[in-house]
Design a protein around this ligand. Structure first.
Ligand code: GLU
Length: 305
């Protein structure tokens, strides 16, 4: 298996040069386009890795499924679903999903920015600092890595330049979907996106979704299996933004991408996969990362369809 991973990385290395590192968050422009790494954790406990799997990057949108899990744990499914819908938007991650109609909670999806910003308000805590700390704790638990923290430079860079997200948050407030102070909510969202992880962390987190809520090492139940079903379904329909349909056909597993270059893939009952390569395609998904996953899915019959 390790040989297969090495082989796939070599085969896909040329694709690292075809993507573009995100620059709209200035700090992300420092990413090295040559990086490519993968970590696979299987249900029998064995793990396989290749390339730059130890290299840290910011989690960006791969935090959205974790945010959703915490919102579900804090409030239950009915409450969350009434506030952030589940229909795929078919739109880019930062789309302003509103026309002249009233914006309703069913127009939101937890895997795109507007829905994720709304979800920050569903996390329990006396203030947004505590809410973020609880999200960080859950991330550490799911990854089995107590050392996970945030990349302060990326956080400050996005806080300084994230005016599109500011616009999205003000729209949510205008339509009374969120009530709290926009800057407090955004600080929580930007910090969430700035959590620093590596491919192994993403594979471990993905594994908990593959095993319907069980801890990768201890078999301990971390969250109810119905929440894994809920999150995996949304990952399948909207985890790769407006590239989700193509990804479902070409790869066929629940997955979430982030503009830091990470992809977390979930192969139900079989494995969690973490991939990192910062060159992105036009939709904001890791270009070489998708190529690797496509080949791995074919070689190992991973598609759930
Ligand atoms: N922090 C990023 C943003 O809000 C996350 C986007 C992404 O990873 O797709 O723009």
């Amino acid at each position: 298996m390790e040989e297969l991973l090495e082989e796939l990385l070599e085969e896909c290395r040329p694709y690292t040069q075809q993507g573009n590192v995100a620059t709209y968050i200035p700090e992300l422009a420092k990413g090295d386009p040559n990086d490519l790494g993968i970590y696979v954790l299987r249900s029998d406990g064995r793990h396989y890795q290749a390339g730059d799997y130890k290299k840290c990057f910011t989690i960006q949108s791969v935090v959205k499924p974790i945010l959703l899990l915490l919102a579900l744990l804090d409030n239950g499914e009915e409450y969350v679903r009434a506030r952030v819908g589940v229909e795929a938007t078919g739109k880019p991650f930062d789309a302003i999903n509103v026309t002249d109609q009233t914006l309703l909670s069913e127009h939101l999806n937890p895997m795109v920015n507007m829905g994720a910003i709304a979800m920050c308000t569903l996390i329990k805590g006396s203030d947004y600092n505590e809410r973020f700390q609880r999200l960080l704790e859950l991330t550490r638990t799911l990854a089995g890595n107590p050392n996970i923290g945030i990349n302060e430079d990326v956080f400050l860079s996005e806080k300084r330049t994230g005016n599109k997200n500011r616009a999205l948050a003000f729209l949510l407030k205008n339509y009374n979907i969120i009530q709290d102070d926009v800057e407090d909510v955004l600080d929580c969202y930007f910090k969430a996106c700035s959590i620093s992880v590596n491919s192994k962390d993403l594979a471990n987190i993905g594994f908990t979704l593959a095993s319907r809520g069980k801890h990768p090492q201890t078999d301990e139940r971390l969250y109810p299996s119905q929440y894994a079903h809920y999150v995996n379904a949304i990952l399948t329909t909207c985890g790769m933004y407006d590239g989700s349909g193509e990804f479902a056909v070409n790869v066929g597993v629940p997955a979430k991408s982030g503009v830091g270059g990470g992809i977390m893939a979930v192969v139900p009952t079989r494995m969690g996969i973490g991939i990192f390569s910062p060159g992105l395609d036009a939709k904001g998904n890791s270009l070489a990362g998708i190529q690797v996953l496509q080949r791995l899915a074919k070689r190992m019959y991973l598609s759930i369809f």
